[in-house]
Design a protein around this ligand. Structure first.
Ligand SMILES: [Zn+2]
Ligand SMILES: [Zn+2]
Length: 132
């Protein structure tokens, strides 16, 4: 993945910190602010949490990354891609993308409610096989 290009095409200035944020997000898949802060600090030990948040919020605003809000957990951040569902293990906190047909679910809701849906989140949670 060419992070510099990704940043540019989302109308942001390329900085080493932003590249590092994306690299870590890409490695983890989904990363929370504490994990990200620790990782980014390895290369930029002067970075403050406020600066990190400022970058994160700007990248969210420009649709480069996405915040996944999870009830009673810290938000996870990921590089934005097509709408997809997530699954969370409430024991080991494993958090993954899920093969689930989101657009079919949205179609069904539109059909049954006559709403025009413009936002949907699918987060399933439970206990993974290892933890059962
Ligand atoms: Zn588990
Ligand atoms: Zn995801």
């Amino acid at each position: 993945m060419n992070f510099e290009y990704l940043i540019k095409t989302h109308n942001l200035k390329v900085t080493a910190q932003r590249v590092s944020i994306l690299e870590n997000m890409n490695n983890y898949g989904h990363i929370n602010i504490d994990e990200l802060f620790l990782e980014v600090k390895k290369n930029f030990n002067n970075i403050s949490l406020a600066t990190l948040y400022k970058n994160i919020n700007l990248m969210i605003k420009n649709s480069l990354i996405k915040e996944v809000k999870i009830a009673s957990y810290k938000s996870k951040y990921e590089i934005k891609k097509d709408t997809h569902a997530h699954i969370l293990c409430t024991v080991c906190n494993e958090f993954e993308d899920l093969d689930f047909n989101c657009s079919l679910a949205v179609d069904n809701v539109e059909k049954t409610t006559a709403y025009k849906i413009d936002n949907s989140e699918f987060i399933f949670s439970g206990i993974c096989q290892k933890c059962q």
